[in-house]
Design a protein around this ligand. Structure first.
Ligand SMILES: Nc1ncnc2c1ncn2[C@@H]1O[C@H](COP(=O)(O)OP(=O)(O)O)[C@@H](O)[C@H]1O
Ligand SMILES: [Mg+2]
Length: 195
């Protein structure tokens, strides 16, 4: 057996051990997440293809303050930073959407542009907001494969929470460069279903 193989077997044993000792945090369609010491989590994937895909996104977002850092990975797992705070949709339900938080969300879209994402969108469910009001993406997907020029899903979520008008007001006042496209495409989408 080559050194490389031994190295990978060793890592998988390490992952198994981490899993046994970690506290369960949550589960989604693709995997299950456990808390580890040192403010880290391990996400174990059902499919190696999805693990690889998510890892490649996190590798490209490395260094961005909006994404968890990655510490190690294997065929079926990724170890990354724990993200504290509250899910953005739950936070908005409780607190509404003020200008400061709206601006953070729009700044995140600018970060997506900076990272050359082809999909300028994210679901409220995949965003966490910390006590210091900074936003973090927990579950990135398709950012480099889907084409979407405006945050339709995000605004759909905001609409459901009753804060879309407020959000678009802030876009208009503070980020005028986005306003015409986001406003017109979203209104058209809500009225006609045209994406
Ligand atoms: N970095 C993280 N920090 C804290 N909790 C997390 C983190 N990543 C995931 N979770 C929790 O685990 C759940 C499932 O993780 P997620 O990445 O959304 O899996 P899936 O890709 O299957 O949807 C999340 O909804 C969240 O509750
Ligand atoms: Mg998820």
């Amino acid at each position: 057996m080559s050194d490389v193989n031994e190295y990978y077997i060793d890592l998988d044993e390490r992952a198994e051990k981490m899993l046994r000792e970690g506290e369960f945090l949550g589960k989604g369609n693709n995997g299950v997440v456990y808390l580890l010491p040192e403010n880290r989590v391990i996400k174990i994937f059902k499919e190696k293809r999805i693990c690889k895909r998510e890892y490649s996104i996190l590798a490209r977002t490395e260094g961005s303050e909006y994404f968890p850092n990655v510490y190690s990975n294997g065929t079926y797992y990724i170890v990354r930073d724990y993200v504290g705070g509250e899910r953005l949709d739950k936070y908005i339900k409780k607190n509404g959407l003020d200008k400061e938080v709206a601006c953070k969300v729009i700044e995140l879209m600018k970060e997506f542009q900076r990272l050359n994402f082809t999909k300028l969108d994210i679901r409220c469910k995949d965003l966490y907001i910390t006590e210091e009001l900074s936003l973090m993406v927990i579950d990135p997907r398709n950012n480099y494969s889907k084409d979407r020029t405006y945050p339709r899903h995000l605004m759909k979520g905001l609409n459901k929470l009753g804060v879309l008008e407020k959000f678009l007001e802030v876009v208009k006042d503070e980020y005028d460069e986005f306003y015409d496209e986001w406003n017109s495409k979203m209104k058209r989408y809500l009225e006609t279903g045209i994406k």
